[in-house]
Design a protein around this ligand. Structure first.
Ligand SMILES: [Zn+2]
Length: 466
């Protein structure tokens, strides 16, 4: 996977650019977790059809496009831990490893390298701060589920600015979000709670920005309420802080859109396109900074892997992305509403009729109304009804991040297929992902990279000696 064949192309492209290194002062490294190429272009199709997002997603039009192979040392299909370690440290490791090599030996990351060279460092995510991707930029541990260990390592990590929903509590541990917020304060870190982070630029020591609510992940963009914190709030706070404290020297800032992956695990295309647009909104904030410092800023955007095996097209040679607007909330939220409607107070339902169930999905997904339901799809949904509500019971279907009602899962799938989106598998795929680069030294990136090549290349361009 080294760049043997590509080197001549690289040499040619790099003529006239990036003459002496380092020329990059500000690095933005954005990771859309689970963000395959079809997640990007499927969202763009949705935006074109609905006007609910930019017809041209900002980074999809970056001047340098490339592909990244994502396999880990233990599998052709990586998880976010091995993928994150490769992107952070340039080291192939086994699935579940956080910042350690296959022998469980700690490996340093871009955050360590930047800090050791005197640069400011920031990490930011829409999910828990100790979740796999951000963890790879600040911790070293054998298993990604070691949430307590990761949170503890954050307290002394070389991270000036950190932002995330909260600290995920490890199963069986009594150290919860509040414990680590307090521990952060005791470690001398100034803690801010969202959605507003006013005053963050006035702090000169370490800063931690968290959701204003007690959350382990921010709500999906499709479910967001007025007072919820969003990823772009974190990004804005991070840039304000890093620019105020390290504007002169320079900084490294990693930003993760963590829930593109979660929506894709849940085969939830409506939630996914809103999540991707939300990630692009956070990139708008980065671009605002870039336009002021274009000759010193490098923006690198990629994904750790693709999730869900998303296909554009569902059998017919047509797509109707506009139909997705009939889904007003994520699949987990729709499950909550479904259970509240048919199991009030957690009681057994009074076996609601098929017509009542149809009315629910007509109202909440537009089925049999704006969304056509063919005979085969209706028969399948009816079969799930006969086996569940028809018998006065609910059945759950679990994916990695949610447990949804089986009837809701089937109904959302009908909508997705009618819109022309189809999932192949509720987990990660081994597909390569996109790499989108803008700014100083962008020409140094090749048409194809392995995920281990990006971190060393960024370090070289920014002059992080390691
Ligand atoms: Zn995942």
């Amino acid at each position: 996977m080294k760049m043997r064949i590509l080197l001549p192309v690289l040499a040619l492209l790099s003529l006239g650019a990036c003459k002496s290194q380092p020329e990059v002062k500000y690095v933005f490294y954005l990771i859309g977790d689970g963000m395959g190429i079809n997640q990007v272009f499927g969202t763009q199709e949705f935006n074109i059809a609905t006007g609910l997002g930019p017809a041209e997603i900002n980074f999809a039009n970056f001047p340098v496009h490339s592909f990244v192979t994502t396999y880990s040392s233990s599998s052709r299909v990586t998880d976010s831990a091995a993928g994150g370690t490769a992107l952070a440290s340039g080291v192939k490791t086994y699935n579940s490893a956080i910042g350690v090599d296959p022998d469980v030996k700690p490996v340093l990351s871009l955050t360590d390298w930047a800090k050791a060279n005197g640069y400011g460092t920031g990490i930011c995510t829409s999910v828990g701060l100790n979740h796999a991707t951000p963890a790879c930029f600040m911790a070293h541990t054998e298993k990604r589920k070691n949430y307590e260990d990761i949170s503890t390592q954050y307290l002394t990590a070389p991270v000036d600015f950190a932002a995330g929903a909260g600290f995920i509590k490890q199963k069986g541990s009594d150290k919860d979000n509040n414990y680590f917020i307090e521990a952060s304060r005791e470690a001398g870190i100034t803690v801010f709670r969202g959605p507003s982070f006013d005053g963050v630029a006035d702090v000169s020591g370490r800063v931690l920005c968290l959701s204003g609510k007690d959350q382990e992940s921010l709500p999906y963009a499709i479910d967001r309420k007025e007072d919820d914190t969003k990823l772009s709030d974190f990004v804005k706070a991070g840039i304000d802080y890093l620019d105020a404290n390290y504007g002169k020297k320079g900084f490294f800032f990693m930003i993760e859109g963590g829930e593109i992956d979660w929506a894709s695990h849940g085969d939830d295309i409506a939630a996914c396109v809103h999540e991707l647009n939300d990630f692009a909104s956070a990139i708008d904030v980065v671009l605002d900074f870039y336009y002021k410092h274009a000759d010193e800023t490098l923006i690198v955007i990629t994904a750790d892997h693709e999730t869900g095996g998303l296909m554009l097209g569902a059998g017919k040679y047509e797509m109707h992305p506009e139909l997705l607007t009939n889904q007003k909330m994520s699949k987990p939220e729709l499950t909550v509403l479904f259970r509240r409607t048919f199991f009030p107070d957690g009681q057994k339902p009074v076996a609601p009729s098929w017509d009542k169930v149809k009315a629910f999905f007509k109202e909440n997904l537009g089925l049999w109304d704006a969304v056509p339901v063919n005979e085969k799809a209706e028969a399948k949904l009816r079969a799930v009804y006969d086996d569940t509500l028809g018998k006065g019971r609910d059945l759950s279907e679990a994916n990695l991040y949610a447990v949804n009602s089986a009837l809701v899962v089937e109904a959302v799938d009908i909508l997705a297929r009618a819109a022309g989106y189809q999932w192949s598998y509720g987990s990660h795929s081994g597909s390569p992902v996109g790499l989108y680069v803008q700014g100083k030294c962008k020409e140094q990136f090749s048409p194809l990279h392995d995920n281990t090549e990006i971190a060393p290349l960024i370090a070289k361009l920014a002059g992080y000696k390691h």
